[in-house]
Design a protein around this ligand. Structure first.
Ligand SMILES: Cc1cc2nc3c(=O)[nH]c(=O)nc-3n(C[C@H](O)[C@H](O)[C@H](O)COP(=O)(O)OP(=O)(O)OC[C@H]3O[C@@H](n4cnc5c(N)ncnc54)[C@H](O)[C@@H]3O)c2cc1C
Length: 245
């Protein structure tokens, strides 16, 4: 089964108004720059390709927990993400044991999955059989970062030269943090250099202004769906959610 939708869920974040009030009660006044060093944002990123998760974990100043491939039971229904740039009907010739075949992207995904299951069925450990899994296979990853590190991440990964999948995730993450901490996450520094980023920052600002009222009415503990796709031309579908305190 092809897995074409990724999910970005911001499910834990520092309550900045509360933090600032408490600090001020103790007589501590912080500059904007100081505030960026404090606090934490935790995301659950679901349905992310292994190609993108490799890029995400290159960001060393963060904490990660990634779904284990060793223990997750393989079934014919595990997902993969197909780049939209690869046409549905594109077939390439392959040859195996003298037999010539024409295969498309889905065929290759299906073959590798069948081979992985077959190895497991023949008694090969799941942790070894998974070596057959392609970069398109999806995974889930939990990531926590401070605002300062997130801004660094956004500067690199919201930029037009970042790859479409991680860029879609980065913009979705930026939209969620802009909703819950608009005073902490202003326009991105990289917007000074890029018209593309500047335009999108304005779109996020507009989105946040329009959806703030509905977010504030969301009951504590519930997930609010931030509908970014209405505003953005994303490279693939990403659903964004924020847990309301
Ligand atoms: C468009 C794009 C293309 C890329 N292409 C490639 C590629 O072809 N090949 C490839 O290997 N990578 C590639 N990368 C990944 C890139 O090299 C970085 O690994 C990744 O962006 C993480 O950035 P970072 O090191 O600044 O972030 P983090 O690891 O989160 O670190 C943040 C900052 O903390 C400081 N820091 C962190 N750890 C240390 C340390 N140990 N010592 C000193 N300072 C430290 C640095 O100032 C660093 O900038 C690419 C990234 C982008 C955005």
């Amino acid at each position: 089964m092809s897995h074409t939708t990724s999910k970005v869920i911001l499910f834990s974040y520092t309550n900045y108004p509360g933090l600032i009030t408490n600090l001020e009660r103790q007589g501590v006044k912080m500059s904007q720059e100081d505030l960026l060093r404090h606090g934490s944002f935790t995301f659950d990123l679901e349905g992310v390709s292994r190609a993108a998760s490799h890029q995400i974990v290159r960001h060393r100043i963060a904490s990660f927990s990634q779904q284990s491939q060793r223990y997750v039971k393989i079934t014919r229904s595990y997902g993969y993400l197909k780049p939209t740039g690869i046409p549905e009907d594109l077939k390439v010739p392959v040859e195996i044991h003298g037999h010539k075949l024409e295969v498309n992207f889905e065929d290759v995904m299906d073959l590798t999955r069948q081979a992985e299951e077959g190895f497991v069925a023949k008694g090969i450990k799941a942790e070894d059989s998974r070596y057959l899994r392609p970069n398109a296979a999806t995974t889930n990853i939990v990531m926590s970062m401070s605002p300062r590190q997130l801004i660094h991440f956004f500067n690199l990964r919201c930029a037009p030269d970042a790859q479409w999948e991680i860029r879609d995730l980065a913009w979705s993450m930026y939209a969620t943090v802009s909703l819950v901490a608009p005073t902490v996450f202003g326009p991105l520094p990289v917007a000074d250099e890029s018209e593309y980023v500047r335009k999108r920052v304005l779109l996020v600002k507009d989105l946040v202004e329009k959806q703030l009222g509905a977010f504030e009415k969301t009951l504590p503990g519930e997930l609010f769906h931030l509908d970014l796709q209405l505003y953005f031309d994303l490279g693939h579908p990403v659903e964004s959610f924020v847990r309301r305190y």
